[in-house]
Write a new protein. Structure first.
Length: 496
């Protein structure tokens, strides 16, 4: 249950299920409960996840599943998701009963049609409630009432009644107890208000940079709550409309558990909603300067600025670039152009050192994570278990077998075959070692060597793309599906 109707309280559902069980001469031996959880996603619903895991593993010690009604699987946006979970139970030979429905779940055309309709109605109910709640919150926000969440730094929440009379300021974690009361924001503790005004004055009146403001505030031990300031916190402080008394509602969107930040033109702004700490004029000055500083970087402008710096200083390095006030930092150049060496090449500056190995390391680590994710997903899909261990690239499969993943880059030799060196050492680091071969300049895996510890293969082995020794070819696979299939779990019913 989430918190929608008394009908769906855990106690009421349990009572209805117990009556159904007694009427049908069934004994309830276990309950899977998700209390206070949203039904639009299976995430965080540990009860449903535990049920499905036991069912798919073939270790279930029950023959029937009693569900209050069709919507209790979930009000999923895709109604086929709840049908899928019911099918998993049926496939395992376990019957599903709906205790509060007016039809028998007997797989007849009538019951299947009613279930499909009920699932669609459950999803539509969730969508309708979402639209209604958002419309109500949007209307209240347009009137200047705070719509939940902790108050921004330097502000605090205040409860007011229907007449606008203040009733108190709730502490963190507290909320209003009367539905007709509303919450507004008011200036908070004096020391926090003074910090906000100081930051704005440093930025707009004294021309300090955001980095200098961070250093000044932290040097004075003026913290934001219990944490020191950083560039992101200062930037958010300088552009938040709440400090001029405006309420910007709808900055973010979270539909169907997909969270994204919306652009400012999509925000709903209620001017003069609260008592401002900063004047409209000073806030606009700070906002415009921040927008100019963080405007999207243009390739031509970035490279032209770097050329001018090179001409002015006669050379380039990270210290010179970071110290320059008229161009981005070296981190920005590296991220924008794929590395500082690539940036130097674009302006004709001779790179002082070859950093291509750094890119190769990042690539192999990314591919290793991708391989591990794929193995976990596919092993779990066939009923097995897979979990990550603290050591990078290491997995525990079916709670018994350890597996280590490596990615090896090939050595391209002019006019000769590409070779790879499989670094196995004198003792394998896991029960099974998987080595994916990467053939430059491709950024995808060519094939895999799957080497178990019992093979007794050790040391450093040099292999070619083709025509390797026969004993090595036994362990080479074009993909990992045959390896993954060995971790499938079968129920006793399937084996019988």
């Amino acid at each position: 249950m989430s918190s929608e109707h008394q009908q769906y309280s855990i106690a009421n559902q349990s009572a209805a299920i117990a009556l159904y069980a007694a009427a049908h001469r069934l004994g309830v031996i276990r309950a899977f409960v998700d209390g206070g959880k949203t039904g639009t996603t299976i995430k965080r619903r540990t009860g449903l996840q535990d049920l499905l895991r036991i069912v798919e593993s073939g270790t279930a010690d029950f023959t029937d599943i009693l569900v209050y009604d069709v919507s209790r699987w979930g009000r999923f946006p895709d109604s086929d998701e709840s049908a899928h979970y019911e099918f998993l139970c049926k496939r395992a030979g376990i019957s599903v009963h709906y205790c509060a429905e007016q039809f028998e779940n007997d797989n007849s055309p009538a019951s299947n049609l009613l279930k499909a309709l009920k699932r669609t109605m459950a999803a539509e109910y969730s969508r309708e409630m979402s639209v209604k709640i958002f419309a109500g919150q949007k209307r209240l926000a347009s009137m200047g009432f705070w719509q939940g969440g902790p108050a921004p730094f330097g502000m605090m929440r205040q409860i007011i009644d229907q007449a606008g009379t203040p009733k108190g300021t709730p502490a963190y974690g507290e909320w209003k107890s009367i539905s007709t009361d509303r919450v507004v924001l008011v200036p908070g503790p004096p020391e926090e208000v003074a910090t906000i005004r100081l930051a704005y004055d440093l930025y707009t009146k004294r021309g300090k940079t955001r980095r200098e403001i961070v250093e000044i505030l932290n040097a004075r031990k003026v913290l934001r709550g219990t944490t020191p300031w950083n560039l992101t916190k200062v930037r958010c402080l300088l552009i938040d409309p709440v400090y001029k008394g405006a309420y910007a509602y709808g900055k973010h969107e979270n539909k169907f558990h997909t969270y994204k930040t919306l652009s400012p033109e999509k925000w709903q702004i209620c001017k003069n909603a609260f008592a401002g700490i900063i004047s409209e004029k000073q806030w606009t000055q700070a906002h415009d300067r921040v927008q100019e500083e963080i405007r999207p970087l243009v390739d031509a402008e970035m490279l032209d600025g770097l050329r001018k710096l090179w001409k002015r200083k006669g050379r380039l390095n990270s210290d010179i670039i970071n110290a320059a006030k008229d161009i981005p930092s070296i981190v920005a150049y590296s991220r924008h152009f794929g590395g500082i060496n690539e940036t130097y090449k674009l302006i004709g500056y001779p790179p002082p050192r070859d950093y291509s190995f750094v890119r190769a390391i990042r690539l192999t680590r990314r591919l290793r994570r991708t391989i591990c994710d794929e193995i976990c997903e596919k092993v779990q899909a066939i009923g097995g278990s897979a979990e990550r261990l603290p050591i990078a690239g290491t997995l525990l499969l079916n709670q018994k077998v350890t597996m280590k993943v490596h990615v090896m880059k090939g050595w391209v030799r002019p006019h000769l075959n590409t070779i790879w060196r499989l670094l196995l050492g004198q003792r394998l680091s896991a029960d099974i070692v998987i080595i994916g071969r990467l053939k430059p300049p491709s950024e995808s895996i060519l094939d895999y060597f799957v080497i178990p510890a019992c093979s007794e293969i050790r040391g450093v082995l040099t292999v070619r793309e083709k025509d390797n020794d026969a004993f090595l070819e036994l362990y080479r696979f074009d993909d990992l599906q045959p390896f993954i299939n060995t971790f499938r779990r079968y129920s006793l019913r399937e084996l019988a």
